[in-house]
Write a protein of this length. Sequence first.
Length: 452
Amino acid sequence: MSYDLIVIGGGPAGYHGAERAADAGLKVLLVEKARLGGTCLNVGCIPTKSLLYAAKLQHHGRLAGEVTQGGSVGALDQKKVLARKDDTVRMLIAGIEATLRKKKVDIRQGEAAVLKTKEALAVEVGGERFETKNILLATGSQTVIPPIEGIKEAMLAGSAITSDEILSLEQVPERLAILGAGVIGMEMAAYYAAAGSKVAVIEMLDKTLGENDREISAIVQKNLEAQGVVFHLSSRVFRIGNGALYFVDAAGEQELAYDTLLVAVGRRASANIRGLEEIGVFLERGAVACDEGCHTNAANVYAAGDVTGKYMLAHVGYRESEAAVNNMLGKMDRVCYDAVPAIVYTSPEAAFVGVSEERAKELHLEYEVKKASANMSGRSVTEGGLTAGVCKLILDKKKGIIIGGAVASAYASEYCYSLALMIQNRIPVQSILRTVFPHPTVCELIREALLG
């Protein structure tokens, strides 16, 4: 059987690319070796947010006690939280499958191998061979396991787990240690602290949330510390064993006992696809190398999503797969990476987009910083009280445009898109200020920052 496009990988980049290609009239086959939805839907974005929403409901329940009669909020019920999460995931996976079938996308489950014949590209799945004009590689990523003494033994024993397993823990651990203070580590610290764990986070860097804005990252950290989370920054773990991890910080060697250890030091591209080398696809640092149009170096082979090793975010995978399909159709398209939003769904939420203040300094840009306290938003104060949140904007002084934004506030995940739109389209600050902002909303903080 022959296709116009075979997509390898059924995560966000894969299923979205398959849908867009089918919409354009292409005959499409999607191959997924595990479950539709990929990491994001099964053990990533969606289940994580389901847990964090449960914690948010508990938090708002406590606030509701200020205006209700005798209402008390109990502890989170982990089994109920997981049941709700599983129902949500099942429903969304079913929706994706129904959409693909409605668009007449063929689906095969199994591990794919790519082939090249004299006539065309081909993909083999479970002994079946399918020829195709184009291939879209969208095989995602997997958790990095650092080379620490004893970590493999701890994982075999079940005391150390990854982000895949922590989303299905039926018992909340009394003591949870988290190795890594990136987005996954911080979000799981937020949930499990709310669920009753004594949480400790160990991070090799001197700050949380990696390369994201230092000031906003510090606000997120302080909020988690107020919930009882303990942070050990600038700390290097050198051994794990007997229910404890051992690390070195400025004070010397330290020991930290735990019941469960979450390993969350990052992810790497899953580019181990049989046949890639034979058809000449180039890998760079273990990821599939491609340009801004998502072309690989091999003719008619494209890549999108985490497998490219660029931005491991589902929404970037969506956009990359769109660009790949457009280029297959002869419609020149390139992905702009200047304004990619990154979000941390803690409470309050944090969002980062464009150039950070630290990066602006490194690039020797002529910039200025504009800020507004989250307490300048009537809606923010009404719903959450006074907070340490802030909206921070980085402006190009010469051009009069926003080049970066970092926000810690309620609804940051929702209105950071407007910042991305302003940055990518280089909208002049004066034009932004002439736009009417709805009131009362948290997005008014953008205007307040620009006027500050």
